[in-house]
Design a protein around this ligand. Structure first.
Ligand code: PRX
Length: 562
């Protein structure tokens, strides 16, 4: 079924936090948003304070803030406990000399300590840099070096993957387990640093089609956007049990795994361990999860498990959301049939700080569409001169600047930052899309060579650079090959150096080489040896698009219908 013919699904009647989209969109002003937050009346701003401490001050200290589950291990914390723990971490950071604006990294698995560490860094005015737990040495090194991180919170296992001698700025490494156990020498004085809305709070590294990953810096002003989207799009109410499956090393895991739900005082679920359909369903049933935010690859994996879903009581689920990659209509129909709940697709990027295009619980869904603009957000579909195209035509997906969530800068790279704003008044996403007469936006593809595998952004350049460090490889071109479960998989085309013969063992060695230096998810799942790679005649640049086109033709698949 093509996107245009998809079957519309009407909302389930209910009292949603955003009742009237059209009216709200007409009247909404960012200045009036987030009125429930303290800084609106006190003028004192710190997103970590608003996320946790505020609820304790308002009398919700005893409410459960977090349920943690990892196999047999189960723990729960109240808002009071999260506040006390993050205060404790914050004092230890201060004792270690951390001050406003310092970059402090967190390299921990998906545990409560990971969330607490991030909050504590922001509480003392520093910038938190959460790292994905599966990163290997090169990925860790490149990120901390790029913004001269001075302190790292990790644990005794993961520190094995921190090449300390190659990170000169890194003065201190603290283990979460030691922080927990260490007494605070001086607990006098104010802990929370009050920040300017333009001060940095979070840095996420993300890939593009060229160069190494870039540090996208969010400022404290992002709070308005994160709070308001948590209220309207996640639709959080007092009794909700909310589970976002992403690790805080990715922007979905920090913004919608930590900040937006806690700004709205939800009880969040943190699950450790690897993906397994049975465990996920079991967790939803056991904790009576009501709101669930995940990604198309995960939903497709669950769908492919078929009947397993019938063994669990998932009736607590009232709202499901998706992000990060195209959500196929089939997946929406599956959830609708199995659970009687729609999956609400959302679109945004690391750079945008929060949701921009959304499906709201009270509005109809057109499967295949990412939804409509969030109130206060103006979408433009632009041609190559930066002019808006006619309705229904495909063009560059752009957003009218500014909005509160928009990144403050790309760390140390003004040219890269400026490249997002090449048309006056617009942010260019790098995605291609069209918008229908009712303002619904339909994703088409990326406008560059960036790969999206299982919702994760992968820069081909980063993988190619690593590949050619291998002694057998002379040249490499890396693309995203369409895949029914993961959306795309990383495929590498390589030319071997003289004296090297193609063999299964060699290709496996190459795969492991990338995996053990960078991260498992960027390692090519397929490697094809070629005599030569297609190149532009003038500059001799590898033509990734040609490699991709060949692959698509070979598979008989089309990018648009994947
Ligand atoms: O190509 C779009 C895709 O993911 C990119 C942003 O990736 P990242 O910064 O890692 O953020 C992911 C989650 C916030 C976009 O440029 N993308 C994101 N959401 C969708 C999507 N593609 C299709 N449909 C979506 N809903």
């Amino acid at each position: 079924m093509s996107h245009r013919e998809a079957k519309i699904i009407d909302p389930v009647p209910g009292a949603y936090n955003l009742g009237d989209y059209d009216h709200t969109r007409r009247t909404f002003r960012w200045d009036n948003a987030a009125d429930g937050l303290k800084f609106k009346s006190t003028g004192k701003l710190n997103i970590a304070y608003e996320t946790i401490d505020r609820h304790v001050e308002d009398g919700y200290g005893d409410k459960t803030a977090l349920h943690y589950a990892n196999g047999e291990e189960k723990r729960s914390y109240t808002f009071q406990e999260i506040k006390e723990k993050s205060d404790h971490y914050a004092r230890i950071l201060k004792e270690n000399g951390i001050r406003k604006g310092d970059r402090v990294f967190v390299f921990l698995p998906k545990t409560p300590e990971c969330y607490i560490a991030i909050l504590s860094i922001i509480k003392v005015g520093a910038i938190a840099g959460p790292l994905f737990e599966a990163f290997m040495e090169d990925a860790v090194r490149d990120r901390i070096n790029d913004c001269n991180g001075t302190l790292l919170i990790t644990d005794r296992d993961m520190v094995e993957r921190v090449p300390r001698e190659d990170i000169p700025s890194l003065k201190t490494i603290l283990f979460a387990e030691d922080i927990e156990a260490s007494p605070v020498e001086n607990d006098a004085g104010d802990l929370v640093e009050w920040m300017d809305p333009e001060d940095g709070m979070l840095i996420h590294y993300t890939s593009g089609s060229t160069g190494k990953p870039k540090g996208v810096l969010h400022a404290h002003r992002v709070i308005t956007h994160q709070y308001q989207s948590g209220r309207w799009v996640l639709d959080i109410k007092e009794d909700d049990i909310y589970w976002c499956t992403s690790h805080p090393g990715w922007v979905t895991g920090s913004v919608y795994g930590l900040f937006a739900p806690w700004l709205n005082r939800a009880t969040i679920v943190v699950q450790g361990g690897r993906f397994k359909a049975e465990n996920w369903y079991q967790l939803i049933a056991e904790l009576k999860v009501t709101i669930w935010y995940s990604a198309p690859t995960a939903f497709r994996m669950l769908l492919s498990q078929g009947e397993v879903i019938r063994n669990y009581d998932l009736s607590s689920l009232r709202h499901i959301l998706s992000v990060g990659e195209p959500l196929n209509p089939e997946v929406i129909y599956w959830a609708w049939e199995q659970l009687g709940v729609r999956i609400h697709d959302t679109w945004w990027m690391t750079e945008t700080g929060a949701h921009l295009i959304v499906n709201l619980p009270g509005e109809k869904i057109k499967p295949g569409s990412m939804g409509r603009p969030f109130p206060g957000v103006e979408v433009g579909i632009l041609d190559e001169d930066g002019n808006e195209v006619s309705r229904g035509a495909v063009g560059q997906l752009a957003i009218r600047t500014p909005w509160p969530g928009l990144m403050k800068e790309i760390w140390g790279n003004k040219d890269k930052f400026d490249s997002y704003f090449k048309y006056e008044g617009w942010y260019i996403s790098g995605d291609l899309a069209y918008q229908d007469a009712e303002d619904y936006v339909f994703f088409q593809s990326r406008d560059d060579d960036m790969i999206n595998s299982a919702g994760e952004r992968i820069g081909p350049f980063e993988v190619e650079s690593k590949l050619i460090e291998h002694e057998a490889i002379q040249e490499a071109g890396v693309i995203g090959k369409p895949d029914t479960i993961r959306g795309e998989i990383v495929k590498a085309f390589i030319v071997l150096r003289e004296g090297f013969e193609q063999s299964e063992a060699l290709l496996e060695e190459i795969r492991v080489f990338v995996k053990s230096n960078l991260a498992a998810h960027v390692a090519p799942r397929e490697i094809e040896v070629m005599e030569e790679l297609p190149k532009t005649t003038i500059s001799g640049k590898i033509l990734r698009r040609e490699l991709k086109q060949r692959e698509i033709e070979k598979e008989g698949t089309s990018l648009l219908s994947r």
